[in-house]
Design a protein around this ligand. Structure first.
Ligand code: GLA
Length: 389
């Protein structure tokens, strides 16, 4: 998808407001997670990149308590009132992300000012590239500028996550918002979700992260996601009988799990196995990446997918097909589902010189195998959200 130009955003803003003042511009990227899936809410490790697809906004601050935004992607204008935030109801639309962020900022005691804005996006919605996280991070940045306060990046990230947990009602971890705000060009972000510390690891310079959107969404993905969270809590509850000091599945080692897993209910055992092993994979993957061992890194991506399919049960027929096809193509070192799963996208690490052939072949083979037309995005590691001067 093409990026909407600043001049276009400006024209659209003039159409919306009738005012010819110079707007403020902002951007917030989506993310692709290379490895470490469903580990963030278990206090574990993740390795995402912010990507060169995302949201852009042109905004005019106003003195009224109204927030009024036109989304070019959704082709609609929506609004809410900051002075009515406490009674604000969910609309089950994209506006909820803005309202949620407003509400959390208000709870922190920030005095918010309204604005009018045009939001544009070349980030597909619902494909597992974190359009929601990007929208929250974008909104929070806009409020910082229009209302005249500043938040430390980590505080902003935590607040955006709370907006999604409390208002939108998805019990997500912190990875998406973190990646959108902390992204760095040419680097992956190794995040320790317990300590909330991160380290930038150079993204291999001769490779691209190729995303394939399967075009298939599972209706109940929100509730299935929340269900996985509950299962992790139950698994932890079980293991706490033996290891009372453990606060999250992150704190359980594989040998501790293996000692007791025979007695665990089968579903909980599988969920815990995925999380414990996935954390180990991320640490190993970071080490391999630093040493330039892409083949080893790719194998871990493949293992991660296998575990997400069999133990965590968040894959789908189409995701499985896509990764199997990808692995057979020249230049691809590894492929896995990325994001929450339940439909959505896969990420394949592909040598830059082979990307063109890879994209052409997988488009054809995937359509033949599934009957769905996939969408492909060639992604690079990009910078995090910011106000564009
Ligand atoms: C979604 C959530 C993240 C993370 C992933 C799975 O993207 O928003 O917090 O849990 O799923 O790894």
């Amino acid at each position: 998808m093409e990026r909407v130009k600043s001049s276009e955003l400006k024209d659209q803003l003039f159409k919306l407001t009738g005012e010819k003042k110079p707007p403020l511009f902002f951007r917030a990227p989506g993310r692709v997670n290379l490895i470490g899936e469903h580990t963030d809410y278990n206090d574990g490790f993740v390795l995402p990149i912010a990507i060169n697809l995302g949201l852009r906004a042109a905004v005019l601050p106003s003195d009224s308590p109204q927030v009024r935004v036109r989304s070019l992607l959704m082709k609609e204008t929506r609004k809410f009132f900051l002075n009515q935030l406490n009674e604000t109801r969910k609309t089950n639309t994209w506006l909820d992300y803005l309202q949620g962020v407003g509400l959390e900022l208000r709870k922190e005691g920030h005095k918010l000012k309204g604005f009018q804005g045009i939001f544009a996006s070349n980030l597909p919605v619902g494909s597992g590239l974190s359009s929601s996280g990007a929208l929250e991070v974008l909104t929070e940045l806009i409020f910082e500028s229009t209302s005249g306060f500043g938040l430390a990046s980590l505080e902003a990230v935590k607040l955006c996550r709370r907006a999604e947990n409390h208002f939108v009602g998805v019990d997500c971890g912190i990875m998406d918002q973190f990646a959108s705000r902390f992204g760095r060009a040419k680097h992956a972000i190794f995040i320790d979700c317990r300590e909330l510390k991160h380290e930038y690891v150079p993204f291999p310079k001769d490779y691209k992260a190729v995303v394939l959107d399967t075009g298939v969404r599972r209706e109940l993905s929100k509730s299935s996601y929340n269900q996985r969270r509950r299962e992790c809590k139950e698994a932890l509850g079980f293991l706490k009988k033996y290891y009372p000091e453990v606060k999250a599945l992150r704190g359980v080692s594989l040998s501790q799990l293996e000692k007791h897993e025979e007695d665990m209910p089968p579903t909980l055992r599988k969920r815990a196995r995925h999380v414990v092993k996935e954390n180990e994979r991320v640490i190993e993957a970071v080490d391999l990446l630093k040493r330039g061992n892409l083949e080893g890194f790719g194998k871990l991506m493949n293992d991660s997918h296998r575990s997400l399919r069999s133990d965590y049960a968040v894959s789908s027929k189409e995701l499985d097909k896509a990764v199997n096809i990808a692995r057979g193509l020249r230049g691809c070192v590894g492929s896995r589902l990325t994001g929450a799963g339940f439909g959505g996208s896969t990420v394949s690490l592909v040598e830059t010189t082979q990307v063109k052939g890879f994209v052409g072949k997988i488009e054809k083979l995937y359509s033949e195998a599934t009957g769905f037309k996939p969408k492909l995005y060639v992604c690079e590691a990009a910078n995090g959200a910011k106000r564009i001067k």
